[in-house]
Design a protein around this ligand. Structure first.
Ligand SMILES: O=c1ccn([C@@H]2O[C@H](COP(=O)(O)O)[C@@H](O)[C@H]2O)c(=O)[nH]1
Length: 230
């Protein structure tokens, strides 16, 4: 599959979301991300309806709980035919392995979130009291995920070369925190342009507001895709 531009569907309203998607041609193999905002409101029926319309689904639930709870939740999600699911790598080795075993037999890729792209070095040190350089912390969590069966990680594009070197070139690095040069950074701290993410070796980029809040979402998507696929 072509390395995707994954559109983060962070909408408060499902009609608004469907109207947004109607701008995209029907035959496009679009990859969309359903996160907590939409999942908490519209749940599995919404996931099902987008999957039935042919979209590839990245279900970004960032699970983080005791291993037994995560395994049982993943067993349920394994029947949903979604392409990717997230857990937090900081849930630990046993939790990551439990998530993987819950997804066993499904085609769903398990991705572990390392350090959220909204957290920089200052927040890591001062708020979370993690005494490591951000890139070392991300690499440590990526190795933990790799050694416990995850198919890849969520990180910023900036850490991709280090992660690939510490794990495997085939270990997926899916990167949010993507901002075209002219876009507002907002709450993101570790950001990269689509072109930089490509050069650094990301396997897929996640883009929300620069597309969903653009005056023409489809044109914004096309421009980002062009820069990403150059
Ligand atoms: O570390 C992370 C993990 C997940 N995200 C999600 O990606 C999108 C990014 O949206 P933008 O509007 O492009 O900032 C959003 O849904 C986050 O929940 C992330 O940003 N960072």
């Amino acid at each position: 599959m072509k390395k995707p531009v994954i559109v983060a569907l962070d909408f408060a309203d499902d009609f608004e979301c469907i109207e947004f998607l109607s701008q995209f041609p029907k035959n496009d193999e679009l990859f969309v991300k359903i996160g907590l905002e939409m999942f908490c409101q519209f749940g599995y029926p919404f996931v099902r309806s987008l999957r039935n319309r042919g979209y590839n689904i990245f279900l970004d639930l960032k699970l983080h709980d005791i291993p037994n709870t995560v395994r049982r939740t993943c067993e349920m999600i394994s029947k949903w035919d979604v392409q990717m699911l997230t857990v937090h790598a900081s849930g630990g080795a046993e939790m990551i392995a439990a998530a993987k075993s819950g997804l066993d037999g499904s085609g769903t890729k398990l991705l572990a979130v390392t350090q959220l792209t909204s957290l920089g070095q200052v927040e890591l040190a001062n708020e979370l009291q993690v005494p490591l350089k951000s890139q070392d912390y991300v690499t440590h969590l990526a190795k933990l995920a790799f050694n416990n069966g995850a198919d890849g990680v969520i990180s910023s594009a900036l850490e991709v070369p280090l992660i690939k070197e510490a794990t495997s070139k085939d270990f997926l690095c899916i990167t949010p925190g993507i901002r075209p040069k002219s876009a507002q950074v907002g709450d993101q701290k570790r950001v990269a342009t689509p072109a930089k993410a490509r050069v650094l070796g990301s396997d897929g980029i996640v883009v929300g507001r620069p597309i969903t809040q653009a005056s023409n979402g489809f044109i914004a998507y096309q421009n980002i895709s062009k820069e990403w696929n150059k």
